[in-house]
Design a protein around this ligand. Structure first.
Ligand code: IPM
Ligand code: MG
Length: 386
């Protein structure tokens, strides 16, 4: 090439070849968080290879490990990383090391703050039973075969967030308070998500409250009735949370979409995990809106957060024992809900199903403790089957 001539002929317009890059922030956190998310990353790599997608992964600190290195469970860099990502994969936070009751800074503050920051008011927790795990659940097969529930947990309000929330000293001893407060708008938007999802499913919505005791629940039920009128095709049922706790395991097949307050949803979803056989099995998506075809590729929206429903499980952390399936299925939800990659998401679910049907089990879902595989073996099997 001659020194002064332009490097390219100027009469040709070069079109930029657009390869969609999906930017994913991975917040592994504490306990088993790093172990389970590492297996999801193996699956992401397998999807990338098979379907020819570019995923750009960047790690950020959250929870106890973030407190140790920055003093803050959600450091500013992590916030910035999340805001510029297309989706976030979260592991788990917490552990005995940070459990001193006098500490006001807690690892859990990290996940609560990022949920709030990203306005992910709706947490979708699907509960299904893989056919090969029917006998792994302590509940009799006839009750759980064919269960297909979607718990829609309100995630950025209610007892978790409302003020006042504090502890203080008085002349007559210490006091502590949490507040269960909802605005009409907050209840409306979570029920709206629930009804829209029910329309795409079995068209039944169960609204959970404690109407007989709590004022916030009376408002909740009033709003549920009002929103329900906009969805005449969906059957609306109200249930008290204590009764829900019972019916969820005695008649799980009677539910389709379940919508509830933040704390109630936290509790009933751990209970529901037993239908699927183990807490390690359930994934979730924390979203700020329901995407339509028009919004699916928009970059202006805040990213969604994907998290297994289990915690950091300090008792088995670092032992390569945790079940990575909750995290791997959360990744599958990400591919579908954030990126519209339905086939890719299905490929992951099919692989999980296949590996389970071949009898491979981590210890939490094993009926025979002598024949268990490790976290990383499970991840290797699922990813290589994709
Ligand atoms: C969950 C967890 C979290 C919650 C904790 C870790 C703060 O239990 O995602 O269900 O309570 O929301
Ligand atoms: Mg929980």
């Amino acid at each position: 090439r001659g020194g002064s001539s332009p490097p390219f002929p100027t009469n040709i317009v070069y079109k930029e070849i657009s390869i969609m890059t999906y930017k994913i922030a991975v917040l592994q956190g504490d306990g088993v968080g790093p172990e389970v998310t590492s297996e999801s990353i193996k699956c992401l790599k397998a999807v990338s290879k098979k379907f020819n997608h570019v995923f750009d992964i960047e790690f950020g600190l959250i929870g106890g490990v973030a407190i140790d290195s920055t003093g803050n469970p959600l450091p500013k860099e992590t916030e910035i990383l999340c805001e510029k990502s297309d989706a976030i994969l979260f592991g788990a936070v917490g552990g005995p090391k940070w459990d001193n009751e006098n500490f006001n800074i807690r690892p859990e503050g990290g996940i609560l703050a990022i949920r709030k920051k990203l306005k992910t008011f709706a947490n979708l927790r699907p509960v299904k039973v893989f056919p090969s795990l029917i006998n792994s659940s302590p509940i009799k097969p006839k009750y759980i075969r064919g269960v297909d529930i979607l718990i829609v947990r309100e995630l950025t309000g209610g007892l978790y967030f409302a003020k006042p929330k504090k502890r203080w000293n008085t002349a007559r001893g210490k006091r502590g308070v949490d507040t269960l407060k909802y605005t009409e708008k907050e209840i409306e938007r979570i029920l709206d998500v629930g009804f829209k999802l029910a329309q795409q499913r079995q068209k039944k919505l169960t609204s959970v409250d404690k109407f007989n005791v709590l004022e916030s629940s009376r408002l909740w039920r009033e709003v549920a009735v009002k929103i329900g009128r906009d969805y005449p095709d969906v059957e609306l049922e109200h249930i008290l949370v204590d009764n829900m706790a019972m019916k969820l395991i005695s008649q799980p097949k009677s539910f389709d979409v379940i919508v509830s307050e933040n704390t109630f949803g936290d509790i009933i979803s751990d209970e529901a995990a037993i239908i699927s056989s183990s807490l390690g099995m359930l994934p979730s998506a924390s979203i700020s809106h329901l995407k339509t075809n028009n919004t699916s590729k928009s970059k202006s929206q805040l990213p969604f957060l994907y998290e297994p429903i289990h915690g950091s499980a300090p008792d088995i952390a670092g032992q390569n024992k945790a079940n990575p399936i909750g995290s791997i299925l959360s990744l599958a939800m990400m591919l579908n809900l954030s990126f519209g990659l339905y086939n890719e998401s299905q490929a992951i679910e099919r692989s999980v199903n296949k590996i389970l049907s071949q009898g491979f089990r981590t210890s939490d879902i094993a009926t025979n403790q002598k024949e268990t595989i490790s976290t990383s073996q499970m991840g290797d099997l699922i990813s290589s089957n994709i």
